[in-house]
Ligand binder design. Structure first.
Ligand SMILES: Nc1nc2c(ncn2[C@@H]2O[C@H](COP(=O)(O)OP(=O)(O)O)[C@@H](O)[C@H]2O)c(=O)[nH]1
Ligand SMILES: [Mg+2]
Length: 404
């Protein structure tokens, strides 16, 4: 492992030095502003200092050279460019997490705090389970019980499953519960009611709409921004800019820039809230600006306050909390709790991979935020859908009645 400090007048200056000397796979460990020169503190110049590291073994990276010429955009090319970008990024992910842990100013107190939080979550879960067990003692009529089990198999929590059943029971007496078509239709319409709050991104007339995506690492924020940026710029012909505050990997940043060039969308890289502010000002001529943020661990207070600092400056019109449908329900709910105050909308991802997508109803009800989109695969720009109550209810209950 080679660790080295680089200075430059600007971030891109220092970044290009890092790239020249350590190559595109270098990992950024720390960035800060420094004063250089001057006399008794006067006339000093502000510079950027970046500490970066690289594994000694030479790593070949020919991603940039392999791309097709710019501007001949086809969906296939967008998919290919984004696919290659993701592949490289994933490769480095594990290695980088390790380096980051090792070299960051790691505070053991943070670990203790996060352990306490995790224990708290587990205790709350146990408490919930005991309450559920007590409730279960009151037996339901057999056909109703069967539908309750179906809902739980779909991934709904006991609590929401019972709530949905209670709503249906209101206008369906127990003797009609054997009519499965009727029950399924009622469940669908009640699920749609619980998911009635949907709202997609609508660019404004003569104003810039700023949309930020937040959430933990790996939920699909960058992929979803790729889908949205390509959709709005190519299909809807909007003027779009992309700003990424996720500057951790040099190679990832470079490749995201290349992706932006292919779809004809400028990509700005910002390392601190001030730079974010400047980047936003530079793109006031755009109709839409997407801000990609670094994945933040909801257990990590420092991570969360860094994100808040970026969001305070950006003051996005819309802040979309990205939640992965395949994450277990108690984690999903904890993520919602942590990010809810920052967020205005929800994006649900990886519905294609979830065997129990019903849990999204718990998220939707608990977060009480409008759902904007859901995503159904890794393909950029295709695998994204605007949320509607009908589509969400289908994801939750499945397309077909399980009992016919
Ligand atoms: N199956 C599936 N995978 C997805 C979806 N969205 C993103 N991914 C994958 O999830 C991984 C993490 O995505 P990324 O956008 O880097 O997450 P980020 O860390 O939140 O920016 C990548 O391998 C993506 O291809 C989706 O809707 N379905
Ligand atoms: Mg990302």
């Amino acid at each position: 492992m080679r660790v080295k400090r680089f200075t430059g007048d600007t971030i891109s200056d220092a970044m290009s030095r890092i790239k020249r000397e350590l190559g595109p796979d270098a990992v950024i460990l720390q960035t800060r502003q420094i004063k250089e020169g001057g006399f008794l503190g006067f006339f000093a110049r502000t510079k950027v200092e970046i500490t970066a590291a690289i594994e000694e073994k030479p790593v070949k990276n020919s991603f940039v050279e392999e791309l097709p010429p710019l501007r001949t955009i086809s969906t296939e090319q967008i998919k290919k460019a984004y696919g290659e970008y993701k592949e490289k990024e994933n490769e480095k992910e594990k290695e980088n997490e390790y380096v980051k842990e090792k070299y960051s100013n790691h505070n053991p107190l943070d670990d203790t705090k996060s352990e306490i939080k995790q224990m708290h979550t587990i205790l709350m879960e146990i408490k919930g389970q005991i309450a559920n067990f007590e409730k279960q003692q009151e037996a339901l009529p057999e056909p109703v019980e069967k539908w309750l089990n179906f809902l739980k198999q779909r991934g709904l929590s006991q609590e929401i499953a019972e709530e949905l059943i209670a709503l249906v029971t209101k206008d369906l007496p127990p003797d009609l519960w054997t009519d499965s078509s009727l029950v399924f239709a009622k469940l669908q319409s009640q699920a749609m009611k619980l998911c009635r709050n949907t709202e997609t991104i609508v660019p404004k007339k003569n104003e810039t709409l700023v949309v930020a995506l937040v959430g933990p690492t790996g939920v699909g924020k960058t992929t979803t921004i790729g889908k949205l940026a390509a959709g709005f710029s190519i299909i809807d012909q909007k003027r779009v800019a992309l700003i990424t505050a996720d500057t951790y990997r040099v190679a990832a940043v470079e490749q995201l820039r290349t992706f932006g060039e292919i779809i004809g969308v400028p990509v700005e890289v910002v390392m601190n809230p001030e730079a974010l502010k400047e980047a936003l000002e530079r793109h006031q001529d755009k109709e839409l600006i997407f801000i990609d943020t670094a994945g933040r661990s909801p257990y990590h207070d420092l991570h969360m306050s860094e994100l808040e600092a970026f969001m305070n400056v950006a003051q996005p019109d819309l802040t979309m909390l990205v939640v992965n449908a395949t994450t277990n329900l108690s984690d999903q709910l904890m993520i919602c709790e942590r990010f809810k105050a920052l967020s205005t909308h929800l994006i649900l991802t990886k519905l294609d991979e979830s065997m129990s997508a019903g849990s999204i109803l718990d998220i939707i009800v608990r977060a009480n935020l409008p759902v904007a989109y859901f995503t159904t695969g890794q393909n950029v720009p295709d695998d994204i859908e605007a949320a509607t109550p009908q589509k969400l209810a289908k994801c939750i209950l499945g397309e077909v009645n399980p009992d016919v």
